[in-house]
Design a protein around this ligand. Structure first.
Ligand SMILES: [Zn+2]
Length: 254
């Protein structure tokens, strides 16, 4: 390789300095290249993290929105439960199934279930005492509950009549919606035959200020159904169905 005139004239010391300067420049270029690579990799990781966060956020929003709304709503949401009959007013009875006890057993179970979901519960009848229709309506209204469920047993001269029925106040759209949802959840949970959601004119659903439903959980007049209604695990199924129905109806009206 032919050296230039300038290079030939350089002293060894000059040549060494020149070589060192060249090496330094090469080193510097390599360092800058590494730095650019690291910046690129860093930006890539950051971009991935941002995309990940956005996807996570969307998934969380979509999956969690329903239960979150219910949870925030349930905290100050008051549900009144009216256990039918009481005291010397025992309602209908058949064997072990005494209506005032069946209604209180199911109401107490329903109360526990709803409270475990964060709802506030007001019991219209708190113990085994007789209450007039007017007293019940007054107590329910004073509680300023957001909705009311009244629990009764059914009765028919036809001893074969069976199944659950939910009655609503036809003047109140939410009452009808609640009755339909509670009825379907109750039938699904307990396997009771489906008597449907029907218009009713009971004081407790017509004279109360909140959407209200009266559930006849089964026929006391039917021997087989009466046995079920006095049974603890069947009562649990009924209560669970009603609780699910209430929660589903709240989800629908969100
Ligand atoms: Zn009754």
């Amino acid at each position: 390789m032919e050296r230039s005139e300038r290079e030939r004239q350089m002293t060894p010391a000059e040549r060494r300095r020149r070589m060192e300067a060249k090496r330094r420049r090469q080193k510097e270029r390599a360092r800058k290249k590494r730095l650019r690579m690291m910046i690129l990799i860093g930006m890539g990781i950051l971009a991935l993290a941002i995309v990940g966060l956005i996807v996570f956020g969307i998934v969380k929003l979509v999956s969690g929105s329903g239960s979150k709304k219910i949870a925030s709503k349930s905290g100050n949401f008051v549900i009144a439960i009216d256990a039918g009959h009481g005291g010397e007013d025992i309602g209908r009875s058949n064997g072990d199934a005494v209506e005032k006890n069946v209604t209180m057993d199911i109401s107490s179970k329903l109360k526990t279930m709803l409270e475990s979901q964060g709802f506030q519960v007001v019991m219209v009848r708190e113990d085994d005492a007789r209450m007039s229709k007017e007293e019940r309506v007054q107590k329910a209204n004073e509680s300023q509950a957001d909705l009311l469920i009244s629990i009764h047993g059914g009765y028919s001269e036809d001893v074969n009549a069976s199944g659950a029925v939910s009655y609503y106040n036809k003047e109140n759209k939410q009452s009808k919606n609640l009755a339909e949802t509670v009825q379907s959840a109750l039938v699904k949970e307990s396997s009771a035959s489906d008597g449907g959601a029907l218009e009713g004119s009971f004081h407790i659903i017509s004279d109360t200020e909140m959407p209200a439903v009266l559930v006849e959980v089964g026929y006391i007049s039917n021997a087989e159904e009466a046995l079920n209604l006095a049974d603890d695990s069947y009562q649990n199924e009924v209560a669970k169905g009603i609780a699910k129905g209430i929660i589903m109806s709240l989800e629908k009206t969100e």
